[in-house]
Write a protein that binds this ligand. Structure first.
Ligand code: PLP
Length: 452
């Protein structure tokens, strides 16, 4: 069928959606998204929504860029696919590898390509363990991640992440991974200053390392700003203290840049914003602005040297590692972002503009905290503004707000009672005004419904 009702019925009966409670879908089923342009998506009825989530944190350049379509089309005709296993490569993959290393901090000069962010984190995990084995320290096996982190849905991604509902389903996690607290000041640290809380969270890393034995810890993995966990922006004291602990114990740092990479925080990588100098960085999403699936691990010289010089063959790789068409689109995406100064625009103009106007939402009776950095932001919905307490979970305040946002023509994501934005990086100041006006209207309506 080509009619919307028919398609929705097919979807409801056959398509197992990610992270979706099927029984809760109801008779109406899913929204059918059929088109998009700039920062707006459109459904089958022609309704437009301001996409403040950039798809799923990925459409950094916005929708409808003909240059990306042309890059894919040219490459599909020239060489749609070939592998990189047989001592073979292809032009866009080679160029993309060089371009990425050029954008990354100086000590990063190698890339391993994957098809997704989950695969990138799986790859990083295997590289870390291989690295320490090659260094003659195979007992350095433990990986420390953070509670509530999302690093993907493969078994390794889920294990590196700290999402309890995921880990409760689908069988055991990869062994040798443990998690420490997240630097979530609003929910967990308000009895002290953000500064002090950042240090307390870094102390938790030190304590876990001591409990495991410093010579048994291989790596720490984290996002610069935790995305799917709730757009958790760490206190300024957090990363310097974490870095100090890791360097004292010679523990590798793996930074998951799947969301923060490619301009989200106003730098090409979140690691640059926080001066992290990571050993490995996993990337995906914004690398191609989500137009085609591609990810990778950017490998620092320390690990690359050992893997290459001492390692011989690394028995690891994906059919779609260095996929020519995905690489061609990613390359064009990065070229456009650089040519149009998209990252600088976030750093100098739209990030600060959002920060100023977003913060003003803290005056709303429903909002306990409004935080943002670059073009990632969160709102904490609270029942009691003075106490900063959330609504009873059964009220599903966040989900209610998300649905009302859709009614008002805005896509905001809810994580519990935290509302999140991560709009396309090409959003203008006028469009930020529009986003905030829609969010305010949706919050007013949410307050009315929650109180009814
Ligand atoms: N890492 C982070 C921080 C993510 O947000 C995601 C996806 O949302 C992933 C990894 C997994 O990426 P993918 O869905 O491409 O496998």
């Amino acid at each position: 069928p080509s009619d919307a009702a028919g398609l929705k019925a097919l979807d409801r009966d056959h398509y197992l959606h990610p992270f979706t409670d099927f029984k809760a879908l109801g008779d109406e089923g899913s929204r059918l998204i059929t088109a998009a342009d700039g920062i707006y998506i459109e459904d089958d009825g022609g309704r437009r929504f301001l996409d403040a989530m950039a798809g799923l944190w990925c459409v950094n350049l916005g929708y409808g860029r003909q240059e990306l379509v042309d890059a894919a089309s040219r490459q599909l005709q020239q060489l749609p696919y070939y592998n990189s296993f047989f001592k073979t490569t292809n032009p866009p993959a080679a160029e993309l590898a060089e371009t990425l290393c050029g954008l990354a901090p100086d000590h990063i000069n190698r890339v391993f390509f994957t098809g997704s962010g989950s695969e990138a984190n799986d790859t990083a995990l295997r590289m870390v363990r291989r690295y320490w084995a090659l260094e003659g320290q195979p007992e350095k096996q433990w990986i420390i991640g953070r509670d509530n982190a999302y690093h993907g849905s493969t078994v390794a991604g889920m294990s590196l992440g700290g999402m309890a509902p995921m880990q409760a389903q689908g069988g055991p996690c990869v062994p040798g991974i443990t998690h420490i607290r997240q630097p979530y000041w609003f929910d967990e640290g308000r009895d002290m200053s953000p500064e002090a809380f950042g240090k307390v969270c870094a102390d938790a890393l030190e304590a876990r390392i001591q409990a495991l034995g410093p010579d048994k810890v291989a790596a720490f993995i984290a996002e610069p700003v935790q995305g799917a966990g709730g757009a958790i922006i760490p206190p300024e004291s957090y990363w310097p203290a974490i870095k100090e602990v890791l360097s004292r114990h010679d523990i590798l740092l793996v930074v998951d840049e799947v969301i923060c990479g490619f301009g989200r925080l106003g730098e090409w990588f979140g690691s640059v914003h926080y001066d992290l100098a990571p050993d490995l960085m996993s990337v995906a999403k914004g690398l191609s602005s989500g137009y085609l699936p591609i990810g990778g691990v950017l490998v620092g010289d320390r690990v690359a040297r050992t893997l290459i010089d001492d390692g011989g063959e690394f028995h690891h790789g994906f059919t779609y590692s260095g996929h020519p068409t995905c690489a061609a689109v990613a390359l064009e995406n990065l070229r456009l972002m650089a040519a149009e100064g998209v990252v600088e625009q976030v750093r100098r103009v739209t990030g600060p503009y959002l920060a100023k106007h977003w913060k003003a939402l803290e005056r709303h009776p429903l909002i306990g905290e409004a935080r943002s950095l670059g073009l990632i932001g969160a709102l904490e919905i609270v029942a009691d503004k003075a106490a900063g307490t959330h609504f009873d979970k059964t009220l599903k305040a966040g989900e209610t707000c998300r649905e009302i946002c859709f009614e008002f023509g805005l896509v905001m994501r809810s994580v519990g009672d935290t509302m999140i934005i991560s709009p396309p990086l090409v959003i203008t100041e006028a469009q930020i005004d529009e986003l905030i006006a829609l969010a305010t209207a949706a919050l007013d309506e949410t307050a009315r419904r929650l109180q009814a």
